[in-house]
Design a protein around this ligand. Structure first.
Ligand SMILES: Cc1ncc(COP(=O)(O)O)c(C=O)c1O
Length: 388
């Protein structure tokens, strides 16, 4: 079979300025990276706390490899569940104040796994319109009645919940919205879910480690316990600097996932050395609150500088600080103009964000210095002057 129809779709994507290209990173994550042979300052990683290449984490990974080898060799239910995984699950349960936690190989798999283990055709799932693709895909795959409510519109959600007769009801939201950086109104969502006898599931991929005094994320920030927020998902490849994800909640929830979550059951366990290294991330996240304080200083400085230059920012108090541009080609042009000035910030375009909502997703890290941030602002000022 020929591939003409694929080629036509690829050409159409190119035409619309929506074509994606991978860039090659030749260095470790950090403020200064080498991309495609050129050194530049990066402002688009999710390594918010600057842990991805922290010396203690590298050492812990090496130690983990020496103790547990490289591959896990099997799925958790066969012979792949090591004492390193177990120890990390127990530490994450304790950290999040939940009875239990369960590790998944990625956040994408955790989200698919949870929604599909809990829901079937007699059920209903309610999702914020701006939820991450993995949550939307999980809801669609489950076969449950799938409803999207307007972004953070809790009244709209309440109405939908009042009109369903589904067996199980699951409300699903990002904690920190990945492309906008704003927070879900979790206290109100928790109230709405409780009033309708629905479960609330929060994917805190971008809040975990960054929000809360100890880095416990949205649950700590809003002080929501297991009763109010029964299904908490966190990822480990962003603020925590390693890889993987976990779900935290009740004994019944975690046992249900072990029995029924297909992306948990039918996959090779995360390398145990990564779980071992993540125990060190957890220690650093908890103890080094200066990383979160530093992020807050950088966020304030960036917001002040960029708005003075006339850029349109979003309602975000998190390290995700998008500059809203609008058209995809303009977002690409601004990204390219910055790159010519030695600054790497990728353009985010539809379908990742809504049509007309293309942006530069600027992200800040505790490892950025004020001087580096000022270089970004200076480059933005030059782009502005030259009409990019
Ligand atoms: C909100 C959100 N949830 C889940 C994921 C997926 O997590 P992972 O990269 O571990 O698959 C991401 C991004 O990667 C995300 O932004």
């Amino acid at each position: 079979m020929a591939f003409e129809s694929l080629e036509a779709a690829l050409a159409a994507r190119q035409e619309a300025h929506l074509y994606r290209q991978r860039r090659q990173l030749e260095s470790a994550q950090g403020p200064e990276v080498r991309v495609d042979g050129r050194s530049c300052l990066a402002f688009c990683s999710n390594d918010y706390l600057g842990l991805a290449s922290h010396p203690q984490l590298k050492q812990a990974l090496i130690e983990g490899v020496e103790r547990f080898g490289v591959g896990s060799g099997a799925s958790h239910l066969v012979v792949g569940h090591s004492s390193a995984h177990q120890q990390l699950e127990e530490a994450l349960a304790e950290f999040t104040g939940r009875p239990r936690a369960l590790l998944f190989s990625t956040g994408y798999m955790a989200n698919l796994g949870v929604i599909n283990a809990l829901l079937g055709r007699q059920d209903a799932v309610f999702e914020d319109r701006l939820n991450h693709a993995s949550l939307l895909d999980g809801g669609l795959l489950s076969g449950a009645r799938f409803q999207r409510y307007q972004h953070n519109n809790v009244d709209g959600l309440r109405q939908r919940l009042a009109n369903t007769e589904a067996r199980r009801k699951l409300v699903v939201t990002d904690g920190v919205f990945s492309m906008d950086g704003d927070l879900a109104d979790l206290p109100a969502l928790a109230d709405a879910a409780a009033a309708a006898d629905a479960w609330l599931m929060v994917d805190d991929a971008h809040g975990f480690g960054c929000l809360g005094t100890q880095g416990g994320g949205c649950a700590e920030h809003f002080a929501l316990d297991t009763e109010q927020l029964p299904i908490l998902v966190g990822t480990l490849g962003k603020g925590f600097g390693t890889a993987g994800a976990f779900v935290a909640g009740s004994e019944a929830l975690i046992e249900t996932l072990i029995q029924f979550a297909r992306p948990y059951i039918y996959t090779t366990a995360l390398p145990p050395a990564l779980a071992w290294a993540t125990l060190t991330s957890l220690k650093l996240v908890r103890e080094e609150s200066w990383r979160r304080e530093r992020l807050q200083q950088l966020i304030r400085r960036f917001r002040q500088g960029a708005s003075q230059l006339g850029f349109e920012l979003m309602d975000s108090c998190t390290p995700i600080q998008p500059i809203l541009v609008g058209a995809a080609d303009r977002a690409l042009a601004l990204s390219q103009a910055l790159e010519q000035r030695g600054i790497f910030v990728s353009a985010i375009r539809p379908p990742t964000v809504p049509e007309g909502g293309a942006r530069l997703r600027v992200t800040l890290s505790a490892s950025h210095t004020e001087e580096q941030l000022d270089r970004l602002l200076e480059a933005l000022a030059q782009c502005r002057e030259q009409g990019a």
